[in-house]
Design a protein around this ligand. Structure first.
Ligand SMILES: Nc1ncnc2c1ncn2[C@@H]1O[C@H](COP(=O)(O)OP(=O)(O)OP(=O)(O)O)[C@@H](O)[C@H]1O
Length: 384
């Protein structure tokens, strides 16, 4: 970590503290997330959900994990640096966002989600703080709670920040789907119009109550879990009528209001998928604008030698909770021992002549693992 000069603290989360830092070798500004717990073995690091998910997810709207460093039993994630998060932007916003700005944020968030859900992951903690923004470009961050869609329920541990938590999670359903992310998208979309949270519950029960106050009582027939709500909240649902969303967000078009209502459907099956939502952005981004070298490269990196399969070890314990996740075969692959220059990387990609762009891309997206304790004295590079 001596290559990094810490500049300032950016955030202090549940799992780690995040710092802005300067790489004295490459002159690059990065974000360093220092994990709070200790890591005594590399395997523990590799089993972390955040590492597993980010190794698989390579997309312009998903924050890039550049490097993982373990030093003195402490673990550091080195991410590309993003200037703001959406929470800060909304807090400082002096005027309502234009619908064009909101469409742009939404479109980018949805493209990231299409990629994530399509690759078998759901995020489970989407919220404005986890949407990082640099110059109008948005990337989804914080994969500490991400998990594989095909992992086995029941999902019992803490999931997502309360205000963005889907009703099925509040009702402690042990089975939920990517639709929980779509609920959060609906709540975030509403907040982009109002600049304040739409369901600001002060407790889990109050959260359900606040949702009822906006959406009205759930439909008992199409959302059977609604019966649990009456047990939790001592109120008569017929007394709660829905709020007219156009009254609280006069700046939203009827299409936007309609989309929020669809995304925030009580019944998860009625929520559109990320792929189904079309926010009509005139010029959607096709490549990572913050990574100029990668323009026009949409294909996945060419992967070469197999280094590591996560195998059948149990998943990482998030906040000490052991999870019954069946890890999928990882596509982490070793391309070569680390080299700093792209030219050297390319030498190790045998199919370079066939697919030059893919090889360059894989070298650029190398994930460098260093063990500074010398347990693994070599220095290897993983591409994904
Ligand atoms: N790549 C980055 N660039 C700039 N700031 C970042 C970056 N990653 C994280 N941050 C900042 O640090 C904060 C905390 O990061 P993160 O959410 O990853 O940590 P966490 O411990 O998992 O937090 P949480 O308690 O929200 O789960 C973010 O809200 C964001 O403001």
């Amino acid at each position: 970590m001596e290559r990094y000069k810490i500049l300032e603290e950016l955030g202090d989360g549940t799992c780690g503290s995040v710092f802005k830092a300067f790489n004295i070798e490459t002159f690059e500004i990065v974000a360093v997330k220092k994990m709070k717990r200790k890591f005594y073995f590399w395997e523990e690091c590799m089993n972390l959900r955040e590492v597993k998910a980010l190794c698989k997810l390579n997309h312009p709207n998903i924050v890039k994990l550049k490097e993982v460093v373990r030093e003195n039993d402490e673990l550091f994630f080195i991410f590309e640096y993003m200037e703001h998060n959406l929470y800060q932007i909304m807090k400082e916003q002096q005027r309502p966002f234009s619908e064009g700005e909101i469409r742009s944020f939404m479109s980018q968030m949805l493209q990231g989600l299409v990629h994530m859900h399509g690759n078998g992951y759901f995020h489970r903690d989407l919220k404005p703080e986890n949407l990082l923004v640099t110059k109008d470009f948005l990337k989804i961050a914080d994969f500490g709670l991400a998990r594989e869609v095909l992992s086995m329920p029941p999902y019992t541990e803490y999931v997502s920040t309360r205000w963005y938590r889907a009703p099925e999670v509040l009702l402690q359903s042990s089975y939920y789907t990517t639709a929980i992310d779509m609920w959060a998208v609906g709540a975030i979309l509403a907040e982009l119009f109002t600049l304040s949270p739409i369901f600001p519950g002060e407790s889990e029960i109050d959260q359900l109550y606040k949702i009822c106050c906006v959406l009205g009582a759930p439909d008992w027939i199409s959302f059977p879990e609604a019966t649990n709500i009456s047990r939790l909240i001592n109120i008569s649902y017929s007394d709660i009528s829905p709020t007219n969303l156009s009254d609280i967000m006069p700046n939203a078009s009827s299409e936007a209001v309609d989309l929020i209502l669809q995304l925030c459907s009580w019944d998860p099956l009625r929520r559109p998928t990320a792929e189904q939502v079309d926010v009509h952005v005139p010029h959607p981004l096709l490549c990572d604008p913050l990574e100029p070298r990668l323009n026009n490269m949409g294909a996945k990196p060419n992967l070469e030698l197999n280094l590591w399969d996560f195998g059948t070890e149990p998943d990482d314990c998030f906040l000490g909770l052991t999870l019954a996740v069946k890890p999928s075969a990882s596509n982490l692959e070793m391309v070569h021992t680390v080299s700093q220059s792209m030219e050297e990387d390319i030498l190790f990609c045998p199919r370079l002549n066939d697919h030059p762009e893919q090889s360059v891309r894989s070298s650029t997206h190398q994930l460098e693992f260093r063990n500074l304790l010398g347990l693994q004295s070599h220095h290897c590079s993983l591409t994904f």
